[in-house]
Design a protein around this ligand. Structure first.
Ligand SMILES: [Zn+2]
Ligand SMILES: [Zn+2]
Length: 147
């Protein structure tokens, strides 16, 4: 800080002793307070070293316990949810399949019963020929294929 005569004063003690300028912050200091100012820089540097070491410590710890990284938990959650979803869908499809198969078997049962009735009918009337035999065989072959 310059006074009215253009002489710099120490930013700390305001004295007009021999004055030095810090090229970092451009403030002026007497020798005593320049030294104090420098020791602040050194302390700041030490702080940076401490912080760097703390981060390095975290790094070493993470490398040692790499499978405990929090991203693994996210993968595990995703895996669990995906499996649950697949299992749920598979169960739904299985239930649908059971329903369809039951319907198909029921339909076959009805058709097989009808064949017995028709055969009984033909036997009673005694009116049948190769065409009837062929039709029965066709129906039976078709039913066999759906089983
Ligand atoms: Zn001073
Ligand atoms: Zn400075």
């Amino acid at each position: 800080m310059a006074n009215q005569h253009g002489i710099e004063r120490c930013a700390d003690c305001k004295k007009e002793n021999v004055i030095f300028k810090c090229s970092g912050c451009t403030r002026h200091f007497c020798l005593e307070h320049l030294n104090k100012h420098n020791s602040e820089h050194v302390a700041q540097l030490d702080g940076i070293v401490d912080e760097r070491n703390a981060i390095y410590e975290i790094l070493l710890n993470q490398r040692k316990n790499i499978e405990q990284h929090h991203l693994f938990e996210r993968i595990n959650q995703w895996e669990k949810k995906s499996i649950e979803k697949i299992t749920r869908t598979a169960n739904e499809i299985r239930q649908t399949l059971v329903q369809r198969l039951k319907e198909s078997l029921h339909s076959m049962e009805i058709q097989l019963k009808k064949i017995i009735d028709d055969l009984e009918q033909l036997r009673t009337t005694n009116e049948f020929n190769e065409i009837h035999i062929h039709q029965f065989n066709e129906t039976l072959n078709r039913l066999k294929k759906t089983t």
